[in-house]
Design a protein around this ligand. Structure first.
Ligand code: UTP
Length: 227
């Protein structure tokens, strides 16, 4: 199976420094999948390192693209930590372009990438990469169990959705103007791309490896299916 694992920065780097214990467990999980002949691309989010730098730099009122590039650098720092953790199993460069991705895929190793271009987040990167990779599945690992009807961090009675259509998701997340930094659920660019893809996408808890395994092997799992 060809899998794109989109791991949110909120999971990789929740406090401004990478969560090394989590990254060790993630590496073990992914190396095990590789041993079982699955092919993997991991896309890393920026987390607090990206958000903190974007917030600090915003004081100077720069162009939004500059803030996006700061965010992209944050995502790539997390990607580098993961490459280090994966050792010989990883393609040893952070992929930054379509050409780079194709080279990485040809290497047969686990490919790791962060952000690519401004005005989107790594959710959009995952969907674009999945198309090039001809992926069977995209797993979006976050710090909550899936997509909820309202923000679960703010509302105790928020209910997790078992599924949501790409159209409905786009209606929820679309915004008039792009703004670098934190977003809810998914960025609108990614949600729009989803409308054009047939790849199976599941949003679930990126820390629950046994649940992710169930989702990969078609067993009953906790999470939200988009599509
Ligand atoms: P993330 O992908 O981490 O954003 O990129 P996010 O979804 O808001 O946060 P988490 O990580 O899932 O919690 C961080 C920021 O980097 C810029 C955007 O400003 C984004 O908000 N970015 C990232 C880009 O401009 N392009 C990319 O391809 C990726």
């Amino acid at each position: 199976m060809r899998i794109v694992l989109d791991i949110g920065g909120s999971v990789l780097c929740p406090e401004g420094i990478p969560d090394v214990n989590y990254i060790k467990k993630l590496s073990k999980f992914v190396i095990d999948l590789k041993r079982k002949k699955h092919r993997i691309i991991i896309v890393t989010g920026g987390g607090k390192i990206a958000k903190g730098y974007i917030k600090a730099t915003r004081v100077f009122k720069p162009k939004e693209d500059l803030l996006d590039f700061i965010g992209i650098l944050g995502t790539r720092m997390n990607a580098m930590v993961l490459i280090a953790a994966l050792g010989k199993h990883a393609y040893d460069r952070v992929v930054r372009s379509k050409d780079g991705l194709e080279h990485g895929i040809k290497s047969g190793k686990i490919v790791v990438m962060g952000g690519t271009v401004a005005r989107q987040t790594t959710d959009a990167v995952s969907i674009a990469a999945a198309k090039i990779f001809n992926a069977d599945l995209i797993l979006i690992g976050t710090d909550v169990k899936g997509i909820y009807d309202k923000d679960p961090n703010k509302h105790r009675n928020a209910k997790m959705l078992k599924s949501i259509s790409a159209k409905k998701l786009y209606e929820v997340v679309k915004v008039k103007k792009h703004r670098a930094g934190p977003l809810t659920i998914m960025d609108p660019v990614a949600a729009k791309l989803l409308d054009y893809t047939k790849i199976k996408i599941i949003v679930l808890n990126g820390k629950d490896f046994s649940n992710m395994k169930k989702a990969i092997y078609g067993k009953k799992f906790a999470g939200t299916v988009i599509g």
